[in-house]
Design a protein around this ligand. Sequence first.
Ligand SMILES: [Zn+2]
Length: 335
Amino acid sequence: MRSTAWFVGSCLVVLAAVALCSPMMTTSVQAWGSLGHYMVGAIAQGFLSPAAERGMQQLLPESDGLMGPVASWADSFARDAFRWSPPLHYADTPDWACSYFRNRDCYDTGYPGQQYCVDGAIQNFSTQLVEGRAPLSENVAAKFLIHFVGDIHQPLHVGFRGDAGGNTISGTFQKQHNRKLHQVWDEDMLDKRLREDFGRDNSTYVDYFMSRLSPGGDLHPEIGSWLSCPGSDSGRSSIAPLGACSDAWASESIALACSAAYVDEEGRKIANGFDLQDAYYHFALPVAERQLAKAGIRLAKIINNHFDKQQAPAHSPPLDQRTRPQRPIKKLLEL
Ligand SMILES: [Zn+2]
C-alpha cells in the first residue's frame, strides 16, 4: 500500500511517543500485506544467533523479541502516526527501465535532496542501529527496518513511477474484481496460498519455508548467494551498513517486476482490465515465495551482524546443536 509522503528532525516528538505505543500483535491474516511481512519476520527469527535473540528480546519487549508480530507495525500504526513515512515503503523507476539506481530513483518530490525511498530508509535505519544513535528509539528503528526489508523484496514495491508500482493497474484476480495488480502481489496470491494449502495457519506456512531453507531443502543452496553483496556500479553506493545491500535488493526486485509481475505467464504486458487466473498464480507465486525467503534470510543476517559484534562470544557452536525450548521456530543453521 502506498500513499503520500520523512523528515526525522521534525518528527522527534511524535516518534518518541510512538515508541511507547503498542504494536500490532496479531498473527492472523490481514491485509507485502501483513501476511507477507509476518512471514519475513518469522522466517528471519529462525536464523537469529543467540546474541541476536537476546538482543531482540530487549529491543522488542512488546513481542518478547519476535519479529513476525511487529513486522506490519509500519503499515498500521506508523503509517498514520508518522505522516512522513509512506514514501519510504517503495521506490519508483522510470517505466520499463527494469533497473534501479539509487541516485536516479530514490527520491520523493516532497523531500528533495534526500534518499527518500525504501532503499534509503533501510540504509538510514540500519545505520541508526550501527551507530547507536536512533533519534526516535532503537525500538522504532528496528521495527521500521524489519518492515522495509520485507517491502523491498516485493517486486512491485520497486515498480514503475507511471503506474505507482502497479497501483493504477486494476482488474480481476481469481474471480475477485477491482483488484490492483499491486494488491495481487501484496495480498491476494499469498492469502490464496495460505487458505488453500496451509489451512489458513501461518505457523504451518512458516514451517514450509523453514523446510525449504533447511539443509536438503531446495532453497538451501541459494542462501550463500542471497547474502553476497555486489560491488558498486554507476550510481550505486558501496556502503551497506550491517550488510544491508538494499540497492542491490532493489535492483533484483525491479528486474522481477519486469519479468514476472508486469507480464503474465506468456510474457504479455498486464494492463487495466486484466483477468489473471491459475496460470498467472502458478507462474508468479514461486517468485513471490522466493522473495519472502530471501527477505527473511537477509533480515536475519542484518540483525545477527548488529548483535554479534556487540555480544557474541568468540566461538559459538552451530545453532542446531543448542536447545531453546521457548522459541517457536526450530533453528536451522548459522548465517
Ligand atoms: Zn510497507
